[in-house]
Ligand binder design. Structure first.
Ligand code: ADP
Length: 403
């Protein structure tokens, strides 16, 4: 580092003595070190690949080399609760410190220490230029932390919004199905009432054996369980909760969505067939979200056949294991089909061709599948109707076992 008393190489007249030349060379060497430090910092930020920790770890190392006595220099960066130090870090009385500000708030410091005493300069043993360099690094670091924190907040908010929209879409599906579901739950309740009344009458006339009473009570229990099952599935689907991925069997998820989907298929005179592979490996998934996707695809299939005069209206849900380490689910219908021109716009939010449609089902379904590391697509059936597919990767240890 140069001494403040030394001539400025940019403005000085031609040096006359060898001593002056030597001093100027030293001063220039220090300026180059400072520039290298700033250049090095930009380079670190460029190569950080989204890691703030990388930037802080590398910057603290860089500081050490830029001061006049690198051999006795150590450095520390403190940001919030985190601390990053050079290997040789130790506190000493010879410290130069610059505050780190993030959104105007003092959140930490950038510090350089000398581990041994050195001659007095502008600020203790440190040069005025070193102060400027430290301030410049602290300012740039502050901006960098701001950018990272801003981006991470944005990602968090985006995630939160997507989760809320997913939940809203599920609740709106429930709303659309409400009257059908009420009808579905009403059936077992009516059956329970009828069985109980009949039983009462027979008991009054003493015309029923205890075995017959037992049989009626068994039927009542079955119907109550059926109604309870529907309500339980509904409650699960409507619940607002953070997405949670666990090991799941897609066949089980499909079977448990079948009861809710059947509410629609029965009312629309449609058959629902499940063709489920017997050797389906587990996947890591949020069961409720995957059920939401399947329910949405089945309901779209039912809608596509509504108003057609088909003798057999049928939705088929298939599962199959694919070689690429994926499990594939397909939902086929023999409905009206898609126009030749229909493409990726089906998956864009608010695209709908239905009078009462909202047009978010497919876009949310695809974002759920994307978040599971899978894919979603469709194809036109050779005869008529459409098939929508999605795939989810098999749990890694399972796919390795199979390989
Ligand atoms: P919505 O059902 O509210 O319209 P979706 O995002 O689920 O929203 O579907 C978007 C559009 O994709 C539908 O309006 C329809 O035009 C088309 N579509 C989806 N599934 C099918 C299908 N199985 N057959 C024909 N068209 C379909």
């Amino acid at each position: 580092m140069s001494d403040k008393s030394q001539p400025n190489p940019a403005t000085a007249t031609a040096p006359k003595t060898a001593d002056e030349l030597c001093l100027l060379t030293c001063a220039l060497r220090e300026r180059v070190k400072e520039l290298d430090c700033l250049y090095g910092f930009s380079h670190i930020v460029e190569n950080a690949a989204g890691s703030l920790e990388y930037i802080l770890v590398e910057t603290v190392k860089l500081l050490r080399s830029a001061w006049e006595y690198p051999d006795i220099t150590c450095a520390r960066i403190v940001v919030h609760e985190d601390e990053f130090t050079t290997d040789n870090y130790s506190m000493s009385p010879w410290i130069q410190r610059a505050p780190l500000h993030v959104y105007g708030e003092h959140v930490g410091d950038v510090e350089v220490y000398y581990l041994e005493e050195r001659p007095q300069r502008h600020e203790g043993p440190f040069h005025a230029e070193e102060r400027k360099l430290l301030d410049a690094i602290a300012e740039r670091l502050g901006h960098t932390v701001e950018r990272f924190e801003g981006e991470s907040l944005l990602r968090e908010k985006e995630h939160e919004l997507r989760e809320r929209l997913t939940h809203l879409s599920r609740v709106s599906t429930m709303g659309e199905m409400a009257s059908n579901i009420a009808h579905e739950v009403n059936q077992p309740l009516t059956a329970i009432g009828t069985y109980a009344q009949a039983c009462q009458r027979l008991v009054e006339c003493d015309a029923i054996s205890s075995q017959e009473i037992f049989d009626v009570l068994t039927r009542i229990t079955d119907e109550a369980l059926r109604a309870g099952g529907i309500i339980h599935r509904l409650k699960d689907l409507a619940r607002k909760r953070d997405s949670a991925r666990v090991q799941c069997d897609l066949n089980d998820l499909i079977r448990s969505v079948e009861q809710l989907a059947a509410v629609d298929t029965r009312l629309h005179d449609t058959q629902l067939h499940l063709v489920l592979s017997r050797s389906l490996p587990p996947v890591l998934a949020d069961g409720i979200q995957i059920q939401q996707v399947i329910l949405n695809l089945i309901r779209n299939g039912v809608d596509a056949m509504d108003g057609t005069d088909l003798a057999l209206k049928e939705v088929v849900v298939r599962t199959v294991r694919r070689r690429k380490g994926e499990v594939e689910v397909s939902v086929s219908d023999n409905g009206c089909g898609l126009p030749e021109t229909a493409g990726e716009e089906l998956f864009t939010p608010f695209f709908t061709t239905k009078e009462a449609g909202i047009g978010v089902g497919l876009s949310i379904s695809r974002s759920i599948i994307d978040a599971h590391g899978g894919r979603m697509w469709f194809s036109r059936n050779p005869d008529r109707g459409t098939t929508f597919f999605f795939s989810i990767p098999i749990l890694p240890e399972v796919s390795n076992d199979a390989a």
